[in-house]
Ligand binder design. Structure first.
Ligand code: IYR
Length: 222
């Protein structure tokens, strides 16, 4: 049984049904305008905006409230260059033999290749790390739970928060991603989960001409 002092009253945000309908429609329309982009401008972004978005991400629910994540925020050009160099080395191998023909065929319409100039051009890179366990000050391991689910939820909330703030992002997965922990000298309980370049699109930025599935394709009612 939880101790009584473990629980406090909760104030839930209530809206009249009409307002719920308006808010849910507006939120869908907002998120529907988000696109992953690969053509970033080098225009700077106020760091406080990024800090707010990272705080928003860290409100995500997590297994036993362990918050098993670290967000690395990178603006330093030398660090960005080191990341680009290592990412391109891995991606060169991916595009030249490590990815299957079928995979390369699936990617054709996105026009991606091993070159990743956006890793140096975007004003910020956010690298989300997952912590498979934590370490106490004495160096003892403590458990984290449902780490992939928790970090996945936090990352989704981060992408939504950045989009809401008017920033563009890419969900980038150079693989394998081990080099990120090395370049950033992360402790051994942290593994890279996702690399997110953040900034503004160039004036002439284009995106792949793709459509989203409709409700009938994704919703099953019982
Ligand atoms: N990680 C590679 C390849 C790649 C894979 C998928 I699945 C994509 O949706 C896009 C790219 C790259 O970043 O180019």
């Amino acid at each position: 049984m939880a101790h009584s002092e473990d629980h406090i009253p909760h104030n839930h945000l209530h809206f009249p049904e009409e307002e719920m309908l308006e808010r849910s429609q507006a939120f869908y329309e907002l998120l529907d305008q988000r696109r992953s982009i690969r053509f970033f401008s080098d225009k700077d972004v106020p760091v406080e905006v990024l800090e707010n978005c990272i705080k928003a991400a860290s409100t995500a629910p997590s297994g036993a409230h362990k918050q098993p994540w670290t967000f690395c925020l990178i603006s330093n050009s030398e660090v960005k260059s080191a990341i680009r160099k290592a990412a391109e080395e891995e991606e060169y191998t991916n595009y030249n033999g490590r990815m299957s023909e079928r995979w390369l065929e699936d990617l054709k319409k996105f026009g991606t290749d091993w070159e990743k100039p956006f890793l140096e051009i975007a004003p910020y890179l956010i690298i989300v790390f997952k912590k498979s366990y934590d370490l106490t000050e004495a160096g003892e391991k403590t458990n984290n739970y449902y780490v992939n689910e928790s970090v996945g939820i936090a990352t989704g909330m981060l992408l939504a928060a950045l989009h809401n703030a008017g920033l563009a992002t890419l969900t980038h997965t150079p693989s394998p991603m081990n080099f990120l922990a090395e370049v950033l000298e992360r402790p051994k309980n942290e593994k890279a989960f996702l690399l997110i370049p953040v900034g503004y699109p160039t004036e002439d930025c284009t995106v792949p001409n793709i459509e989203r599935k409709g409700l009938d394709d994704i919703l099953v009612r019982y």
